[in-house]
Design a binder for this molecule. Structure first.
Ligand SMILES: Cc1cc2nc3c(=O)[nH]c(=O)nc-3n(C[C@H](O)[C@H](O)[C@H](O)COP(=O)(O)OP(=O)(O)OC[C@H]3O[C@@H](n4cnc5c(N)ncnc54)[C@H](O)[C@@H]3O)c2cc1C
Length: 452
């Protein structure tokens, strides 16, 4: 028997695991395991599966199950310790395991423990543009910056062209036990406010719509820093993060688009951003656990941080008194998504203004983001904190300047903070910089002085 264990590669297209399984011609089970510790809370009371994230994941699993059912298979969903569950299953009914190569150190530990238990494992690479063997020669001598990485990749490397989905014909194999999933309830999100629906079919639909029907790629570089709207950026990240969409498929569709309509900066820039994602993924493979330490890759220790519970709670609840930050946090917790520009500002405020440990913010994002991707999340947080691979050793954003530049008409703020509907931008800047406080809004827990 053979077992495909899917993690964040929840799709049938560009899915080498199914090709391998088909060639082996043995009974097949397909499983997803919700790791039990995702539901446990840490010292700050954070688990890893907020309501919006859980909903997106469930929709993705349901979609995959429905598609597999058509081939007489179906998806088994279990919950618990993946290593313990797979070892137990293997003892009762031995299998050959086909699964994704590890990205995070935690996954590496799982795969090693399974191999130690005598399970034969075959790995596939489904989250990155390039396979390890493709990229290894280029990365001999790890590049010092994203720019160096990009130059090497762009000097002749292309992701493999995805193959068409396999028609599956394996006989289904059942798990010999039941480990029912306990999903978290959905109180801190509003279904109606999320524009994202989980699943491979919804992801492919969004890609088609964004690229080919709306042709929004034509203005991508100019609009990608906006804060609100449907097409300012691709908004493909949730499907990419769960692997409902193959990043190689996205890349090659952009290439086809460029071939049809011509190459320019606007269209190229989406591939440029996909290379950022690739950079963080390769970085995680290269540095592993180092990226989870407070000082990360910093040449010198980072400034000391002091945990201020009141700052932390104000930030988590979107009640810092700094409207752009609060609006971003309210969007994030309600929908599981917010724009890249807002994420940068939320992170900068937590790290450089509130003086909190960047890893707290990263954990909060992990809980809420429907596009949570360990490499991109850890990489971006570390980068802003100065613990990442950045020649400038950290990024501090001037939130007053950011507001004038990216929300000059206050469209985002007014959408998420209706209590500020009648307030103009100068009054907001006077408020958040501590110059003249508004009576209708909480005072900033830490103000943002003009000029930084
Ligand atoms: C503090 C912080 C935490 C973040 N955490 C995550 C995360 O957990 N998961 C995640 O996918 N992205 C994360 N990002 C990166 C980025 O914000 C999102 O990928 C992007 O906002 C998703 O929206 P989009 O699909 O419209 O992006 P687009 O602008 O359309 O970009 C296309 C794709 O390129 C990739 N991409 C774009 N920018 C980045 C970037 N800076 N880093 C890595 N990949 C990028 C994403 O896969 C994205 O879907 C984080 C950024 C910051 C500043």
């Amino acid at each position: 028997m053979q077992l495909i264990w899917l993690r964040n590669d929840l799709r049938l297209h560009d899915q080498p695991a199914f090709r391998i399984a088909k060639a082996r011609q043995e009974p097949l089970a397909v499983v997803f395991i919700l790791p039990g510790h995702w539901l446990q809370t840490d010292r700050q009371g954070l688990d890893r599966l907020g309501a919006a994230k859980a909903r997106f994941l469930r929709q993705s699993l349901d979609d995959l199950d429905a598609q597999l059912q058509r081939s007489g298979l179906g998806l088994t969903v279990l919950s618990g310790d993946p290593v313990a569950l797979l070892r137990r299953w293997h003892r009762q009914s031995a299998f050959h395991l086909i699964t994704q190569a590890a990205q995070a150190p935690e996954e590496g530990a799982w795969l090693r423990a399974l191999a130690d238990a005598g399970i034969s494992i075959e790995t596939v690479e489904n989250q990155t543009l390039f396979d390890s063997e493709q990229i290894a020669p280029l990365l001999a001598g790890w590049p010092k910056s994203f720019t160096a990485f990009r130059h090497r990749v762009e000097s002749g490397l292309e992701p493999r062209v995805p193959r068409a989905p396999e028609s599956l014909s394996a006989a289904p194999a059942e798990p010999p036990f039941d480990a029912a999933v306990r999903w978290p309830g959905g109180s801190d999100t509003e279904e109606g406010r999320s524009q994202f629906r989980g699943g491979e079919r919804a992801g492919l639909e969004r890609l088609d719509d964004y690229l080919w029907r709306r042709r929004a790629l034509d203005h991508y570089r100019d609009s990608r820093n906006q804060l609100i709207g449907r097409d300012f950026a691709s908004q493909l990240s949730p499907w990419l993060a769960w692997g409902c969409l193959s990043v190689r498929e996205v890349w090659h569709q952009i290439r086809r688009y460029e071939a049809r309509y011509g190459e320019d900066e606007q269209r190229y820039w989406l591939r440029f951003e996909l290379l950022w994602r690739e950079f963080f993924h390769c970085s995680m493979r290269h540095y592993g656990r180092l990226l989870f330490r407070r000082d990360g890759l910093a040449a010198r220790p980072l400034p000391e941080t002091r945990f201020q519970a009141s700052y932390w709670h104000a930030w988590c609840q979107g009640r810092t008194g700094v409207p752009m930050v609060d609006a971003g946090l309210r969007e994030l917790t309600a929908t599981g998504y917010c724009s890249n520009r807002l994420r940068q500002n939320l992170a900068s405020y937590l790290i450089h203004q509130l003086g909190l440990d960047w890893r707290l913010g990263a954990r909060f994002f992990e809980r809420h983001l429907i596009d949570f991707d360990v490499a991109s999340n850890q990489g971006n947080w570390a980068y802003i904190a100065g613990a990442g691979q950045d020649p400038r050793q950290g990024r501090r954003f001037d939130l007053n300047w950011q507001l004038r530049r990216y929300d000059p008409a206050l469209m985002h703020i007014r959408h998420w903070l209706p209590e500020l509907a009648d307030i103009d931008i100068e009054s907001i800047i006077a408020h958040q910089s501590g110059r003249r406080l508004l009576s209708c809004y909480p005072a900033p827990v830490v103000s943002v002085p003009e000029g930084g």
